[in-house]
Design a protein around this ligand. Structure first.
Ligand code: RAM
Length: 347
């Protein structure tokens, strides 16, 4: 399987220009932590490997830039590795290599809740701390999950957006990422419940998978519109899918007639908001997500936290976070982007 590695000793970090931030940036200097060794240590010995679902996705480029910025502040060494395809087992070899190389911590967004668990177990036996972010594994396969926002919140914001955009009635379809993605599948289940509970006149006619691949997502969009001539809207809970669907719609007779919303990055969606293909979509700040995951990985690697509920740690400019039940840490709330605010963001 073709993949890619890029290694950077924490060094020059590209500044992420953000005209506004999605998370309240508290700040506390000094590293008073609960439990464990009581703080910062000398630094320099922690090595963090970041493993996104796949490479070449601007969402993960941004989360990696955030993690790298954190590694720089922490004086940890940092590398990003990953497959070109977001498929269930494509990450296994990278986990094995990170363990063989003696990484202190691995930060991973899982393509499948189960398929990488054996490899993660082996890595953890070799004393690698495993932090999932964005898309979790089964909880027993990792030390901590850094959650971007609650699944309920992510599902509800997308249902609210599509309901508003189609007058709360008519057929809709979902264009998802890969069929096994833990995060998208959780959100889709909750979207279904929310539709049933609160939107009786909306009919979800299909869920299709673009595999977080631009061309596949583009083709699935075309097929949906052909198969369902009455379709009123598409919800795409993936930044790859929504951008590909927007590109298709913007150049078609459906532009402005079939609504599109979901989760997207402002930079990928800007032209489609400006040309009227899309009116509103949601996301969180992927840079902050990566940044938080790297601080959590460092705290685990240094023994400052064990990943138990109630553990607290400092995450630089984002302030203090507490580990919740299920060994999860919550970044914040999803944010809605519209024509009125998209100009404030650059990621
Ligand atoms: C894509 C990936 C990622 C997801 C975002 C919203 O970039 O599928 O896992 O969180 O979309």
């Amino acid at each position: 399987m073709f993949g890619f590695t890029r290694t950077r000793r924490a060094g020059a970090v590209a500044a992420l220009a953000l005209g506004a931030t999605l998370v309240i940036a508290g700040c506390s200097a000094g590293g008073g932590n609960t439990g464990g060794n009581g703080g910062g240590g000398e630094g320099g010995d922690v090595s963090i490997t970041m493993l996104p679902k796949n490479l070449g996705n601007p969402y993960f480029d941004t989360s990696t830039s955030g993690a790298e910025a954190a590694a720089d502040e922490l004086e940890a060494s940092f590398e990003e590795v990953g497959p070109s395809e977001a498929s269930p087992t494509s990450q296994v070899q990278y986990i094995q290599t990170a363990a063989q190389q003696g990484a202190s911590a691995l930060i991973v967004s899982a393509n499948d809740p189960e398929a990488i668990c054996d490899a993660l177990d082996e890595a953890r036996s070799a004393d690698v701390k495993v932090v999932t972010f964005d898309s979790d594994t089964n909880p027993e396969c990792r030390d901590l999950f850094i959650n971007q926002a609650t699944s309920e919140g992510i599902a509800k914001v997308q249902v609210d957006l599509i309901a508003e955009q189609i007058g709360d009635a008519g057929q809709i379809a979902v264009l998802s990422a890969s069929a096994n993605a833990t995060n998208q599948n959780a959100w889709i289940e909750l979207m279904k419940s929310e539709l049933e509970a609160s939107h009786p006149d909306i009919e979800l006619v299909d869920v299709v998978y673009g595999d977080d691949d631009d061309q596949t997502s583009f083709d699935r969009t075309a097929a949906l519109l052909q198969t369902y001539p009455e379709l009123k809207g598409i919800v795409s809970p993936t930044t790859v899918g929504i951008a590909a669907a927007a590109r298709y719609l913007s150049d078609s007779e459906y532009k402005g007639k079939v609504a599109l919303t979901g989760l997207g990055t402002p930079n990928q969606m800007r032209e489609y908001v400006e040309d009227g293909t899309v009116t509103a979509f949601a996301l969180w700040n992927p840079a902050d997500l990566g940044y938080l995951a790297a601080y959590a990985a460092d705290a685990l690697a240094k023994g400052d936290i064990a990943g138990e509920a109630g553990d607290t740690f400092e995450a630089g400019k984002l302030g203090e976070f507490t580990v919740e039940d299920g060994a999860t840490v919550l970044l914040g709330d999803p944010f809605v982007f519209t024509a009125d605010n998209i100009g404030d963001f650059d990621f």
